[in-house]
Design a binder for this molecule. Structure first.
Ligand code: COA
Length: 293
């Protein structure tokens, strides 16, 4: 099976202008590349302009598409507004906001300073709010016929997760915002959806979430029923579908793409997977023996 294949037809995103926050590296970069291959014009944003410029140049060479690097710290509303105006100046319009920028690190919660907690909330929740509000107001004021917000959350947005509590708290907020606005802003032609990815290794996230030899100790692939981590193209395929007109009737949805990872942790008897096949005859006999008494 080849899960690195590209899903949509050529030019599926022609005429779309897409803003990808945190688009300079990792999953944001992978999604940006595929959007460009499908004909979209993409603005990528982050705090690090040099990194963005290098990424934009690399992706333009690889895809023949157009990529605009824009410095923007999503924590600051004035910078988000300036980023929106720069996108409009360059491309004349914007169709899609992809809230991908995130911040995270592992720590026991009692070790966090108030500022450490705030830092993650500010990037993830306040950053997504800043972009959503600025772009939403623009789309409503300009009476744009259709537009899309796509938020990258995580499966622990609804389960919660120990040791990444600020991130879990913030992502839960982003998920609530996704579902709330899907209803409230539908009348303006604005769709809101989310993707909850499981493990899709990137250097940035893995260095923070599995530092040192933790990556070897905790093999994420073992936690996944499908016994592997995700390929970036699989995520890019889903994101491209959700920002395209093919998903025009999807609104307020969160699509999990994790190989079954979170459900494996949730099902009460999932641990019975550890029982070897040959033991089931014996167990069945024990159960039936009880029944017959
Ligand atoms: N454990 C405990 N506290 C930590 C920490 C850790 N591993 N890393 C940072 N902090 C604290 C800092 O000490 C500081 O608190 P203080 O002022 O009370 O000392 C606070 O968090 C902010 O850290 P700072 O480095 O000043 O913030 P920043 O804005 O420069 O960086 C981060 C933000 C910490 C999220 C950084 O990892 C980052 O830039 N990440 C972006 C990319 C990313 O996280 N990608 C992965 C997404 S899954």
């Amino acid at each position: 099976m080849d899960f690195t294949k590209k899903m949509l037809r050529d030019n599926a995103l022609a005429d779309k202008v897409i803003v990808v926050t945190g688009g300079g590296s990792g999953l944001g970069k992978a999604m940006t590349k595929y959007f460009m291959e499908l004909g979209a014009k993409v603005a990528i944003t982050s705090r690090d302009l040099e990194k963005l410029k290098n990424t934009a140049k690399e992706l333009e060479t690889e895809t023949g598409g157009i990529c605009l690097p824009l410095q923007c710290d999503v924590r600051h509303y004035d910078q988000v507004e300036a980023m929106l105006q720069a996108t409009l100046k360059e491309f004349g319009k914007v169709d899609v906001l992809l809230n991908n920028a995130a911040g995270n690190f592992i720590a026991p919660t009692e070790r966090l300073s108030a500022n450490a907690f705030d830092t993650i909330i500010d990037i993830v929740l306040k950053g997504s709010k800043n972009c959503t509000l600025a772009f939403g107001k623009h789309w409503i004021d300009s009476k744009q016929e259709s537009s899309t917000i796509l938020n990258i959350v995580t499966t622990y947005a609804w389960t919660g997760s120990a040791y990444v509590v600020p991130s879990a708290t913030a992502k839960a907020g982003v998920l609530a915002m996704t579902r709330s606005l899907a209803v409230e802003w539908a009348k303006y032609g604005i769709r809101s959806n989310a993707i909850a990815p499981g493990p899709f290794p990137t250097k940035g996230a893995w260095d923070r979430l599995l530092p040192g030899d933790l990556a070897e100790k905790f093999d994420m692939a073992k936690k996944v029923p499908l016994k592997r981590v995700g390929d970036h193209q699989e995520l890019a395929n889903l994101a491209a579908y959700l920002v395209s007109d093919f998903s025009a009737y999807m609104n307020g949805e969160v699509v999990t793409i994790d190989g079954g990872e979170w459900l494996k942790g949730a099902g009460q008897f999932n641990l019975l997977e550890a029982i070897p096949e040959e033991m089931w005859d014996h167990l069945e006999a024990l159960i039936k023996a009880k029944k017959n008494k």
